[in-house]
Design a protein around this ligand. Structure first.
Ligand code: UDP
Length: 239
């Protein structure tokens, strides 16, 4: 399917898009993320969002100090995504975006239960769906729920903004001769341990046939421009 024919896309919003290098929130960054999302919606494409928590805590990094166990650290990480999701919902509602939050966790604050029936209804209503709390289980990152959310909400593609302008065959920060890949298969990404998404997410994306668009988060209006091929990007898909 051509990108211009997309009906709905899932955008993975890493927590660090909300901050400016440090933890927490930066007003300018929050506004940028909202405008970036609204530009996709204004072009006629419905949007699902999966929100990360990296600007507050990532379970795997926190447990490295051995202060708390992995499962607890991940629980805190999942709650961090909830905080970010509520922040994003407020900002989008203030800009008249018709949106709703859904989560696999049972949560207050008018957060709906993430299940296929609820998601179908939200999709039919053309709502912007904000998925928080990951899969509701430890040992995962929000990459995996991004693929699950893309499938549940019938998205044509997953958009993943990163620190580089796509996928390289080697780490471009370490190797000057690293080659940018305009297109690659899920199997290539898995075999070469390319760190754009975790392996579980790549395997699921392959099984569910969800293409992943990877591009630089530093480009202005990166989401719609990545869809339209106006900025450099890599596409991970089937052969
Ligand atoms: N997390 C989890 N299960 C999930 C999704 C997330 O336990 O299904 C926890 C995990 O600790 C993770 C944290 O929530 O590190 C925040 O998510 P992520 O690291 O993906 O955030 P991002 O780096 O995208 O901001």
């Amino acid at each position: 399917m051509l990108a211009m024919n997309f009906r709905r896309v899932l955008i993975k919003i890493s927590g660090e898009l909300f901050s400016s290098g440090n933890n927490g929130f930066h007003n300018d960054r929050l506004n940028d993320v909202c405008n970036n999302i609204i530009n996709v919606i204004s072009s006629g494409i419905d949007v699902s969002l999966v929100v990360g928590g990296g600007n507050i805590i990532r379970g795997r990094e926190f447990q490295d100090g051995g202060i708390i166990k992995r499962e607890t650290a991940d629980s805190i990480g999942m709650l961090a995504t909830v905080i970010n999701g509520i922040m994003l919902r407020e900002m989008l509602l203030a800009r008249n975006v018709d949106c709703a939050i859904a989560s696999a966790l049972d949560l207050p604050f008018d957060i709906k239960k993430l299940n296929p029936f609820v998601v179908d209804r939200l999709v039919n209503e053309h709502k912007t769906i904000i998925i928080v709390g990951g899969l509701g289980l430890p040992y995962f990152s929000t990459d995996t729920i991004s693929v699950v959310g893309a499938s549940l909400s019938h998205c044509d593609a997953i958009l993943k903004a990163t620190n580089t302008d796509g996928v390289y065959d080697m780490d471009p920060n370490k190797y000057d001769d690293a080659q940018h890949l305009d297109w690659l298969t899920y199997d290539f990404a898995i075999e070469h341990n390319l760190q754009v998404m975790d392996e579980t997410a790549f395997l699921l994306a392959r099984n569910l046939k969800k293409p992943i668009y990877v591009f630089s988060a530093f480009e202005k209006n990166c989401f719609i421009r990545a869809i339209n091929g106006e900025i450099r990007r890599s596409i991970v898909s089937e052969k």
